[in-house]
Design a protein. Structure first.
Length: 409
């Protein structure tokens, strides 16, 4: 089978990007052919073996050599570590260019790659454009709702804009199925896009357990040295964007309570709030809190393995893929009790705390660091591999794709 994936964002730096890359890599391991169309603003983007890559370039700080490139950065719903541009703020000219370039790219790749099925990420603009292109060629379309697309719809409703919502209507009308990634995400989509209800199917996110797994050979001192950090007895890690919805300010306030000379807080990620958060860290006089910037998966593998716990303090995380990554390595998770996180972080794998309650977050972290509550890391990893491994989840998608292709023939 030949599957074409489409995403508004790069394949690193966002949950939907990692989701897309994981699906493509898993399918190629199972003998299928996969291609990805995605936004990019760098020449040196990551390539995945066996996957065909088709970037659509946008301009950030550097010029993309030898390629057509928009003069604006790729737009987002909230923010991305490599872009502060937002869909809601695009000019009419930028919207028109975005549509035109993606319609051209999707059409060209469909005609060259000849996919059996197309899988678009986000119930948004590219899903609508993909629906047009698929309809012209009688190709089935699957769309995944990631949650941030619902934020885009809400932003347009608030401001009386209907650009993205036009594409939502097209995508929902044509799509064979619309995948949701958690029960919370499923409920939210059905409330905001009720016409999608008959086509909705919940398929939880999967984690690549070929990348994230317990590794006894990982040495804490070596991991920390590679990151330019001194050796500490305890490590608290955060992996994700430095954006408002991620509530990293709550973590910093919590760190002011649980921090001591033996405990370091490591933040792997970037975003439009980095400068503000680094200043907040200084204002709080946090001595052992380190901003590491974006890190590749092989570094995150080591970081999760040496951490005492991984934290996620988002206001409302649609799913929480980084929680799966951490738990796949056996690391317990301290997470806010909203969105999809309560579905994947039961008491034997972590501790939930009330959203935005930094004192409760600090108490939960301290209980783990002090050994007051213990977790079986091998059991945690085995549970995640059994239920959420990408190799398990991909079977659901294979069945979905095959059913859709059969019905379109």
């Amino acid at each position: 089978m030949r599957i074409l994936y489409i995403n508004h964002f790069p394949l690193t730096g966002s949950g939907s990007g990692v989701y897309t890359a994981n699906l493509a890599k898993s399918l190629t391991r199972r003998g299928h052919e996969a291609a990805i169309i995605f936004s990019e603003n760098r020449n040196d983007y990551e390539l995945y073996e066996g996957v065909s890559h088709f970037p659509v370039f946008f301009k950030d700080k550097e010029t993309i050599e030898g390629a057509e490139c928009s003069e604006f950065n790729f737009p987002c719903f909230t923010s991305h570590p490599r872009s502060k541009s937002k869909f809601i703020s695009l000019t009419d000219e930028e919207r028109a260019e975005y549509e035109e370039r993606y319609y051209k790219k999707i059409s060209e790749v469909m005609d060259g790659f000849k996919p059996d099925i197309v899988h678009a990420q986000h119930v948004w603009v590219l899903a609508g454009i993909a629906a047009r292109c698929c309809a012209e060629r009688n190709i089935p379309l699957v769309v995944t709702c990631h949650g941030t697309d619902l934020m885009g719809i809400e932003q347009e409703l608030e401001k009386g804009v209907c650009w993205g919502r036009r594409f939502v209507k097209e995508a929902v009308e044509y799509a064979y199925e619309i995948v949701t990634i958690s029960r919370s995400n499923d409920d939210d989509m059905k409330k905001l896009i009720p016409e999608a209800l008959p086509k909705a199917e919940l398929i939880m996110n999967g984690v690549d357990t070929h990348v994230f797994y317990p590794d006894a050979e990982v040495k804490k001192s070596e991991v920390l040295e590679s990151l330019g950090v001194s050796d500490y007895e305890h490590i608290v890690c955060y992996v994700g964007r430095l954006a408002a919805m991620k509530r990293v300010n709550v973590l910093l306030k919590a760190a002011r309570i649980y921090e001591d000379d033996n405990t370091a807080t490591l933040l792997a990620g970037d975003g439009d709030m980095r400068d503000e958060l680094e200043q907040m860290s200084r204002d709080l006089k946090l001595k052992n809190t380190f901003f590491l910037g974006n890190q590749p998966h092989e570094v995150l593998h080591g970081l999760y393995n040496v951490a005492d716990c991984s934290v996620i303090q988002s206001k409302k995380e649609p799913f929480g893929l980084v929680a799966l990554e951490a738990m796949a390595c056996g690391t317990p998770v301290v997470a806010s009790d909203q969105g999809g996180l309560p579905e994947i972080v039961p008491p034997d794998r972590g501790i939930l705390f009330p959203v935005d309650d930094h004192e409760a977050m600090a108490r939960a972290i301290r209980r783990i660091l002090d050994g007051e509550v213990l977790f079986d890391r091998q059991k945690t990893s085995a549970q995640i591999k059994e239920k959420y491994s990408q190799d398990v989840i991909i079977s659901r998608f294979e069945e979905l794709y095959e059913q859709a292709v059969r019905e379109y023939k």
